[in-house]
Design a protein around this ligand. Structure first.
Ligand code: DC
Length: 221
């Protein structure tokens, strides 16, 4: 089985790009952020105090997360219930950013991610895929963009959905999330030594996809 790891900060376009690359390569797309979000959703809905170590460990022991594919789209099951529709809220995202720094949370998801890569050809996106989850991935990409550009994309996305958006707040949130993801003690976000850096600030989607596909085709027969 072959793996393409795509890591990078929030809002860099990882999921859009990873989905397109997976389609072209005929690989399965694994969105690992959704797994951290599922656990965060559990913490929010069960009012778990993640700063209380005992409470956190106990909660993690009782959580089962599974990935299934329905109509080619990843679905995440938490203790047998499909929670995919609840994962993209700000509340869940904020909790995921905090709870994903905790050791029992990361340990609870490691085997699931590695097992997916053992069973299928995958394009897996996240923060520590190339550095920690799949250190032997055939292709590693570190996909980033400036915080201004990432905030701008998110801002436009919200306006298109007819939602209120405050550019400065969006950029401040992005910078805060980067700070947390990059400076946590366990599996922080960083470029793997053998990863290819792709800065998409001034690149279109097709251009980024093509750059990754040509890297993939040169390394995977
Ligand atoms: O990519 P995302 O926004 O859905 O991820 C949600 C949070 O989960 C993010 O703040 C960082 C964390 N995460 C992680 O620590 N490791 C991963 N492999 C994927 C996500």
């Amino acid at each position: 089985m072959a793996s393409i790891a795509i890591d990078g900060p929030a809002g860099a376009g990882k999921s859009t790009i990873a989905k397109l690359v997976a389609k072209e390569m005929n690989y399965i797309y694994v969105d690992t952020g959704a797994l951290y979000r599922a656990i965060a959703y559990y913490f929010v809905t069960n009012s778990i105090d993640i700063e209380n170590e005992e409470e956190l460990s106990k909660a993690c022991e009782g959580i089962s997360v599974e990935i299934k594919y329905e109509q080619d789209a990843q679905q995440v099951y938490l203790n047998g219930e499909n929670v995919t529709a609840f994962l993209r809220t700000e509340e869940t995202g904020n909790m995921a950013s905090k709870s994903s720094a905790k050791a029992p949370v990361r340990a609870a998801l490691l085997d699931l991610q590695r097992d997916m890569a053992k069973e299928y050809n995958v394009v897996m996106d996240g923060r520590d895929i190339g550095t920690n989850v799949l250190p032997n991935a055939e292709v590693k990409i570190y996909l980033t963009a400036s915080s201004k550009e990432r905030a701008n994309r998110r801002y436009k996305e919200l306006l298109e959905k007819g939602e209120q958006a405050d550019f400065d707040k969006i950029e401040a949130d992005i910078i805060e999330r980067d700070e947390r993801d990059m400076n946590r003690a366990i599996a922080p976000l960083k470029q793997a030594e053998d990863a290819i850096l792709v800065d998409s600030s001034d690149m279109g989607i097709d251009e980024v996809v093509n750059a990754i596909l040509s890297a993939a085709k040169s390394k995977i027969l």
